[in-house]
Design a protein around this ligand. Structure first.
Ligand SMILES: NC(=O)c1ccc[n+]([C@@H]2O[C@H](COP(=O)([O-])OP(=O)(O)OC[C@H]3O[C@@H](n4cnc5c(N)ncnc54)[C@H](OP(=O)(O)O)[C@@H]3O)[C@@H](O)[C@H]2O)c1
Length: 318
């Protein structure tokens, strides 16, 4: 089994990659920026090494005696570092450090259809990184998920429980979200099996969902009625262009650019039969959104009951 370095292991997907790799008996090292929010990885059995994609001198020690790297890092929305610094310059630093250290295998997390949205900064950077990788001699595998079930909690599930308005955009753009626990299996298996060298795989969940269908599903699973409002994408675009005129507004504008994606009318989905076959995985074992949300709501509502929950307002347990 290869010895694995995970970058971004404290993140939503990265922690599931660490968990699955450790469960598989792999030797796992996680490159983390701060010991404070990563102690759980040590408790799980991973080795921690301090490092930062934007500090190239920290990368060589992290790569020592490593056979494969899974890069699940990305700029945090509240980080002082800009998107370009982490997701472009930081990733170039990592790729070059891997070449120097002769660590051949990299699993890189991109986004489905990134190349179709050059006006969206993160999508453009992902597409550029894919092209950059193609020019190296690395034995890389690119995975392109559409979206994570976990992100739907803040967007849909919690507002319903907190009786807050759910802002809906993109009624024409269905997305085949997937549980990060399942995406993690593809990432780890890409380091273990042959045939994925210098290949790119779309990673789509069992079904593509429109926002209104997710709202209905949440209503059914929670037994509550949602309050929804349509997000005016024209207004979002105006706000983005306005923010771009000021340096302080760049981070905000980068995030607002997603209005172009959620209102694109494209379908974020892909046939997955060939990918499951290549990775030796069974699609029946992939979590559905129905199961994920049912478990989420039943766990949360049970906990609220135990706390003799009376008021309608709740706080996120995550
Ligand atoms: N979210 C989605 O729906 C989605 C969809 C498709 C693809 N993806 C891709 O999947 C990957 C994982 O996304 P995610 O949502 O799980 O990310 P996330 O939860 O935001 O976590 C980001 C991770 O990157 C680390 N990081 C940030 N800046 C860093 C730096 N300068 N050096 C080293 N590590 C750094 C963070 O560490 P700290 O804990 O120190 O901040 C954290 O572990 C990303 O490549 C993302 O683009 C995401």
């Amino acid at each position: 089994m290869p010895s694995l370095l995970i970058v971004g292991a404290t993140g939503t997907l990265g922690r599931q990659i660490a968990r699955y790799a450790l469960d598989q008996g792999m030797s796992v090292r996680c490159m983390v920026r701060s010991a404070k929010n990563s102690s759980f990885l040590k408790q799980w059995g991973a080795e921690l090494v301090q490092g930062d994609l934007c500090r190239p001198e920290t990368l060589a020690p992290a790569l020592e005696n490593v056979d494969a790297v899974i890069d699940a890092a990305t700029t945090r929305p509240n980080d002082s570092r800009r998107l370009r610094e982490v997701d472009w310059e930081g990733k170039v630093n990592l790729i070059q450090a891997m070449e120097r250290a002769q660590v051949a295998k990299l699993v890189f997390l991109s986004i489905l259809m990134a190349e179709k949205f050059p006006q969206v900064p993160l999508m453009e950077i992902k597409a550029c990184t894919e092209r950059f990788l193609a020019e190296t001699k690395l034995n890389y595998t690119i995975l392109k998920p559409c979206g994570f079930y976990q992100n739907l909690i803040n967007e849909y599930a919690l507002p319903i429980l907190e009786e807050q308005t759910i802002w809906i955009g993109g009624e024409t753009t269905p997305v085949a979200y997937m549980n990060t626990q399942d995406i993690a299996k593809f990432a780890v298996k890409a380091t273990q099996i042959g045939g994925t060298e210098r290949q790119t795989y779309a990673i789509a969940g069992p079904k593509a969902w429109l926002p209104r269908d997710i709202v209905r599903l949440c209503e059914r699973q929670s037994g509550r009625t949602a309050r929804t409002a349509k997000m005016p994408t024209g207004l979002l675009r105006f706000a983005r262009n306005f923010a771009l005129s000021f340096e302080w507004g760049w981070g905000f504008a980068e995030r607002m650019a997603y209005a172009d994606v959620s209102d694109s009318g494209m379908t974020f989905d892909n046939p997955m039969e060939a990918t499951y076959a290549t990775f030796g995985m069974n699609p029946e074992e992939t979590d559905t959104l129905e199961t994920y949300l049912r478990e989420y709501f039943s766990r949360l509502l049970k906990r609220l009951k135990e706390l003799e929950y009376k008021e309608p307002k709740v706080k996120s347990p995550f």
